[in-house]
Design a protein around this ligand. Sequence first.
Ligand code: AMP
Length: 540
Amino acid sequence: MAHDSPLIAILVIGLGLAFVFGTIANRLKLSPLVGYLIAGIAIGPFTPGFVADRSLTLELADVGVILLMFGVGLHFSPRDLMSVRRTALPGAVLQVLIVASAGAYVAHVLGWPLGAGIVFGLALAIASTVVMMRALQEHGLVEGESGRLAAGWLVVQDLLSVLALVLLPPLADVLKGGALDPGALAVSLAETFGKLALFGALMFVGGARVVPWVLNYVAHTGSRELFRLAVLSLALGVAFAAAELFGVSIALGAFLAGMILSESPLSQRAAEESLPLRDAFAVLFFVSVGMLFDPMTLLREPQALALCLGVVLVLSGTCVFVLVRVFGYRLSTALLLAAGLAQIGEFSFILADLGIGLGLMPERARGLVLGTSILTILVNPLLFGAVSALIKRRAAAVPQPVLQPTSLTGHAILVGYGRVGRIVAQGLAAKALPFLVIEERADAIEALRQSGFAFLEGNGAGDGMLAAANLAGARILFVAIPQAFEAGQIVEQARAARPDLPIVARSHFDAETEHLARLGATSVIMGEREIAASMLAAAP
Ligand code: AMP
């Protein structure tokens, strides 16, 4: 069966094993990426048993790359990209130069010629966009300062590798000792830049009108299925056209497609619609990386591999860190970028493939590039997780504005000042009942300031929050936030401290109602039920 329908075999066995190993990794508190890579090794040619069709797997993985980059583009407006051009452009160029030189030196130590050194160096200098963006997404950092800078940095690296891919073939002979043909070089350079510019112009001029118009039209048909299809065909179509017609990498093409859509009000919906497919195919990307890897490389070339790891993990990381700091960014941004970019992936494989194909680099280099990639992708989630935890800890250690305990007693405590909380607050104020609001969101705090109501700023489930609100002396607690999980924590804490206190909580599902009641809420108001009751009341 695996031989008759290789595509189905990959989907079933590849995704199935990724699921199994991913779950195991999750149990062991490792990143699921580790599991996906191991699944890839298991169905690769270097381990016994089933061997999946690699070129098919790679094509499927490309679908993942397209959707991932499209999603990144959706969160990213052209303005964001322009805002980091002064830093990301020189930063990435310098980092690639420095790291590629070090990589070329490693190649020299291994006894390879200069041409091999250049390709090998570049392969070690260009980070995997997929890995970095996934890390940012996992930690909810795509939209912040680090996300913007990272995306800018990756775009520049991406352009550099496109450039290298174009320049290598005409330069290959020179690097191997032949004579330079300036005419051929100029032609291929002009051709590449011409195509890039044409593609960019077409996207920004034509795409920025046509694409949102199509989506808008489809959105008004009211068919969710058609909208989803429109999003998919736009993302895949633009990326494919970019690669086939313009020689731009599909990753960059998809990123641009997402970016021109980011200004349209429909971008949020487009992002949501492409999510489930994106995640499934991105998994295949990691499986395909695992498939390429021969675990014996670890035993055959430990020293060379250690050198490469040093270049990517230590040198590249340090380089990024120093450059980002020099450009005046915060310590946390520098640490996140350094951790995120200290890995290599898809571009490195493509570069290595080309270098070997042109006869510039020995076959042995492929194993090293792959080994370095796998190991750095394995280490990356740990590194990134550690940095992100460190930053969060530091943020927590920064003295929070001291909670000023309230002097109110016999009051009501109201958690949440959103659509529900505001109406409760007005009602309490109208009855002249004393109350205190707990709220965490900046815009709601601003509204509270203007209203003149007493409030505490912070998470209602946070340490000492309820005590500062004088729970001991309160008359009643209203939990008017929509998330049942946090609401449950608040209810539980309050019930433990005050067995007699009336607690009124808000829910949206029957299961939530039960959950909150079990934790000690005296009464739970389910929003949907109240809406239905009011609707019915309007019946003649
Ligand atoms: P709405 O769903 O419009 O009633 O908004 C709920 C409000 O509750 C928002 O303003 C949130 O910022 C706020 N909120 C949600 N969770 C918490 C929490 N744990 N502590 C304090 N405020 C919260």
